[in-house]
Design a protein around this ligand. Structure first.
Ligand code: HGY
Ligand code: MN
Ligand code: MN
Ligand code: MN
Length: 427
């Protein structure tokens, strides 16, 4: 092994991957769907149990645990220079319906284990180290992705959005937060944004959620940029009616309008002729949803992403034009809402280099790559230099119950994270 940062020998880093796997499995048991799938939605009972579990782990790792008003959880290892901007790492533990047990979790449990591994070597950080569990990254409950990191990054108009949103059961954000124990979420919202220079670096460990590292047999992905995500909500409303009695010429079928728009999304995305533009109609709900009733309402949710922000925005415009053309032709009412429309983020070169050196020191192959999935890092990049470490996942599967990362890959990622944190906190 080569001697590395501050004389630490890379083989001194011991990751307890057996215990980590137990923690991953235990955390996966806090779920609203049956194994092997995981469903853990913001502020649900399963989410609350996961939060308690993470806080206990942070505590038993000797971290000072605190939480903000919306439930972003921080575990701090005080450095010798406790006033200097700290080094942060972290991810999320919420999970979309019927998904897997590694997305996000690897960057929270893995970060805690990276701290444990550094602790075991006797290392003492100069800059404090903080592990963050963001309160929610998935858009499932209120349609707002990266809710916790958006608030920490101080994005505008969040309060007005959170005063207005309701979930599919018509529960408001403040009510959902209160049930989970965050009864002053709205009142304390303005205290959430991080103070200037809170962090000197933010590094997130995450499964790749794509097949490249596994296909190319590369151990570590070094993210150079995160693609620009956007999400739309569209509602069509018609008159509905009896499936037998209303003849075709007199129908204004909201369901068919939605079906046409879903195909228009695919058409406009493919028209860019770039592999980097992707579009998905992930939600398509018909009302009243009876086989013998013409849909009087259709609700669809669309996800559009591209590494080129302008190209992504032009696809959204084309979709908007198609939606109104379809509504006019089919005599249905249209509500078209852009819910999120975010710019891409570039990684800090300094952190890219730290991850590169850590990988080399450990004798691990690595490659630069773009993240097509978004992450809390997308918003942490607004308030701190950002970097991401990817590890391979089975066939690139994610947001599916058969999502999987091997103990060896987990251990590699955690060691690279630990050495990166060591370098950044000693700097
Ligand atoms: O959708 C995403 O990119 C993230 O995995 N939530
Ligand atoms: Mn996800
Ligand atoms: Mn994720
Ligand atoms: Mn009848």
């Amino acid at each position: 092994q080569s001697s590395g940062f501050c004389g630490l020998q890379s083989d001194e880093l011991i990751v307890d991957s057996f215990r980590l796997q137990q923690q991953i499995d235990e955390l996966a048991s806090f779920s609203d769907s049956s194994a092997p799938s995981v469903t853990r939605i913001l502020y649900s009972e399963a989410d609350v149990r996961a939060r308690r579990y993470i806080k206990d782990l942070m505590d038993s790792s000797g971290l000072i645990v605190r939480e903000d008003g919306v439930g972003n959880i921080f575990g701090r290892w005080e450095g010798s220079d406790s006033m200097a901007p700290a080094i942060a790492t972290g991810s999320h533990t919420d999970a979309i319906p019927f998904s897997g047990k590694y997305d996000g979790v690897v960057g929270v449990l893995g970060a805690i284990e990276a701290i444990n591994a550094l602790n075991r070597t006797g290392f003492k950080p100069r800059r404090s180290l903080e592990v963050i569990m963001f309160t929610s990254e998935e858009p499932t409950r209120f349609g707002i992705s990266c809710l916790g990191s958006r608030l920490l990054a101080g994005l505008p108009n969040m309060k007005s959005s959170l005063e207005r949103v309701v979930d599919k059961d018509n529960i408001s954000f403040p009510d959902a937060a209160a049930i989970a124990g965050y009864e002053f979420a709205l009142e304390t919202l303005l205290e959430v944004p991080l103070k200037e220079d809170t962090y000197a670096a933010f590094v997130e460990l995450h499964i790749e959620q794509g097949p490249i590292l596994e296909e190319e047999g590369i151990a570590i992905g070094i993210v150079t940029a995160i693609a620009a995500p956007a999400s739309l909500k569209v509602d069509f409303r018609g008159d509905g009616g009896h499936a037998g009695a209303v003849l075709m010429p007199s129908r204004n079928d909201a369901g068919l309008a939605a079906a046409e728009l879903a195909l228009a999304v695919e058409k406009h995305v493919l028209e860019t002729q770039s592999a980097d533009t992707v579009g998905t109609t992930g939600v398509l709900e018909l009302y009243p949803g009876a086989v013998n009733s013409i849909p009087s309402a259709a609700h669809i949710e669309i996800d559009i992403r591209d590494i080129d922000e302008q190209r992504r925005n032009s696809v959204i415009q084309h979709i908007k034009v198609s939606a109104s053309e379809i509504a006019t032709r089919r005599h249905v009412h249209l509500d078209f809402q852009i819910v999120t429309q975010d710019p891409p983020a570039a990684s800090s070169q300094k952190i890219v280099k730290a991850i590169e050196s850590a990988s080399q020191q450990l004798g691990l192959t690595s490659k630069h790559m773009i993240s097509r999935a978004y992450h809390d890092s997308l918003f942490m990049a607004r308030v701190s230099p950002m970097g991401m470490i990817f590890i391979p996942c089975y066939r690139g599967y994610s947001h599916r119950p058969d999502e999987f990362a091997s103990r060896e890959d987990l251990s590699n990622g955690i060691k690279v994270l630990a050495l990166s944190l060591l370098a950044l906190s000693s700097d």
